[in-house]
Design a protein around this ligand. Structure first.
Ligand code: ZN
Length: 269
């Protein structure tokens, strides 16, 4: 599932491609991908200009001229492609937004969705989300305070979108590996210096992943060499049985609350 770096990468690239552009046509092939009557969706969105593309947690928000917002969550298996009809991927398209002869294709939107809201309702939808980990105002002090005397396993907490928004199964493992902390450690047992390290690791891993375009498998457009560049740079996630690049130990896979977790038994305490 795409996480903060993947969605932020999409946001930056889409801002270059579609911000200021007018949606000339909307095609909805899967009604369940939207939250309102498809005709209402189409009538509300067509001929509107994209004012901006923003991100909150793992969501993207497409702000329209008329004050309406399309809220995207890709969930598991969702991705996007921007291009002409000729170079579109040979996949089932759930929703297509057209900008003249270029189109934004939404693919694999099964659990994922593209919902239409007004600003007030979109604020309400996102009101439960925790702070943005890369927000400059989210300081180490703020993180320590947030972590406080919370209980449970650190990985589960990092995955909790109401605790911090945007971190998922991959980056929670990468962050814990970077910090040298086992994903199944109880928060109560994590010392203050480790908590500070966890904060630094969170910033560093997410920024590094973003700089390398995140881990999406497919490019966003023809000639996009950025998206997916982090796929081969993950150090523990999905690397069960491989050697740790730091110490050579074998990477282990375990389950925590029915989520896969990968870690180095030697580097992480
Ligand atoms: Zn190691």
């Amino acid at each position: 599932m795409p996480e903060l770096p993947e969605m932020e990468n999409y946001r930056r690239l889409l801002n270059q491609k579609i911000t200021g552009q007018t949606i000339t046509q909307v095609q909805i092939n899967r009604e369940k991908s939207v939250n309102v009557n498809p005709n209402l969706f189409i009538n509300t969105v067509t001929n509107q200009r994209i004012v901006s593309v923003n991100r909150r947690g793992k969501h993207l928000l497409f702000h329209l001229d008329n004050g309406q917002v399309m809220l995207l969550h890709l969930m598991l298996g969702g991705w996007m492609y921007f291009g002409t009809e000729e170079d579109k991927p040979n996949r089932t398209i759930q929703v297509r937004l057209s900008f003249g002869n270029h189109h934004l294709y939404f693919i694999g939107l099964r659990l994922g969705y593209l919902h239409l809201y007004n600003q007030q309702d979109v604020d309400k939808e996102l009101s439960q989300l925790g702070p943005e980990p890369l927000d400059p105002q989210f300081t180490a002090q703020a993180f320590l305070k947030l972590l406080g005397d919370r209980k449970g396993k650190i990985k589960s907490k990092l995955l909790d979108q109401e605790f911090i928004a945007g971190i998922g199964n991959c980056y929670s493992d990468e962050i814990c590996y970077h910090a040298g902390i086992k994903t199944k450690r109880s928060i109560e047992e994590i010392e203050e210096n480790e908590r500070n390290q966890l904060y630094q690791s969170m910033k560093q891993v997410l920024l590094d992943a973003l700089q390398h375009g995140g881990y999406m498998e497919n490019p966003l457009f023809k000639g996009d060499n950025l998206t997916g560049g982090y796929n081969n740079l993950c150090l523990v996630y999905d690397r069960e049985g491989e050697n740790c690049k730091r110490c050579g130990s074998t990477i282990i896979k375990e389950m925590i609350s029915s989520r896969k977790t990968f870690f180095c038994p030697n580097c992480q305490k």
